[in-house]
Design a protein around this ligand. Structure first.
Ligand SMILES: C[S@@+](CC[C@H](N)C(=O)[O-])C[C@H]1O[C@@H](n2cnc3c(N)ncnc32)[C@H](O)[C@@H]1O
Length: 244
């Protein structure tokens, strides 16, 4: 574990993700019913036009986003994550894809990134804001490390706005995810399956989508856009770093 990790949420995220890396890539697809890959591509679509330079991928985990960035751009990529075991699997995935020269993985926290101001040309982050104490401050920290004009894009889960799909989503996250997690991945994935639905619901009760859009603007981004994916199960957001 990272020696300097501060706060209960960081520790909770590390404990949640530490046992997952071996099966993470396969089960993330299975348990999202094949949607994770589609959402990821939709997020990276917003980075592709800014194809050169250095991209930072925050909450990089097993480097799935970082590797897709190398396939679809000519950039070099730095991935940062606080769970060392996820990064270790990421390094294996990078070696398998023979992309060691283009992707570097670094241990660190999104709340306190180990990089100077304005050091990246673009930035992605995935499934991050539910794991930080102060999403607005974290967005500000992401804004700090990118250059003015840089494209930034994110992917998160969402709870469907439509009541019918929200009820179906509720059944899926409260019943299918824990049971499916246990069957496919054992005790650790049961824990994740049981945690995810209530965590997503409580996050958006506290930080609704409109709040999140405004937080991007306050943190220093403009041209903020939102795309609700798969009837509301996923959320892709993007924006451009303002020249303050
Ligand atoms: C659901 S995984 C996503 C991994 C990868 N981005 C993907 O899409 O496959 C979330 C990742 O966020 C990382 N994480 C959670 N809180 C973090 C923080 N405060 N700073 C950096 N990484 C964090 C976890 O360690 C985990 O690897």
């Amino acid at each position: 574990m990272l020696g300097y990790v501060a706060g209960d949420r960081n520790r909770f995220a590390q404990q949640l993700f530490t046992p997952l890396p071996q099966r993470y890539d396969r089960l993330a697809e299975v348990l999202s019913m094949g949607q994770n890959g589609r959402w990821r591509r939709a997020m990276i679509d917003h980075i592709v036009p800014q194809s050169e330079g250095r991209v930072l991928d925050v909450a990089s985990g097993t480097a799935g986003v970082a590797l897709q960035l190398t396939e679809r751009t000519t950039s070099t990529v730095v991935g940062v994550d606080l769970t060392l075991e996820m990064l270790a699997q990421g390094r294996r995935n990078i070696a398998d894809a023979r992309q060691e020269r283009r992707v570097q993985l670094v241990a660190g926290r999104a709340e306190q990134l180990p990089f100077p101001d304005q050091s990246f040309d673009a930035l992605t982050f995935t499934y991050l804001l539910r794991y930080v104490d102060d999403p607005l401050a974290t967005l500000g920290e992401l804004a700090r490390v990118v250059k003015p004009g840089a494209s930034v894009a994110s992917l998160e889960f969402l709870a469907p706005p439509n009541p019918f799909w929200r009820f179906m989503w509720w059944l899926y996250t409260r019943l299918v995810l824990p049971v499916g997690g246990a069957i496919t991945g054992g005790r650790e994935w049961f824990r994740v399956g049981r945690f995810l639905g209530p965590n997503i619901s409580s996050h958006y009760r506290r930080y609704p989508l409109a709040w999140t859009e405004e937080a991007w603007r306050q943190a220093g981004f403009e041209n903020v856009g939102v795309r609700i994916m798969s009837l509301g199960g996923g959320l892709v957001m993007w924006g451009t770093r303002r020249d303050d």
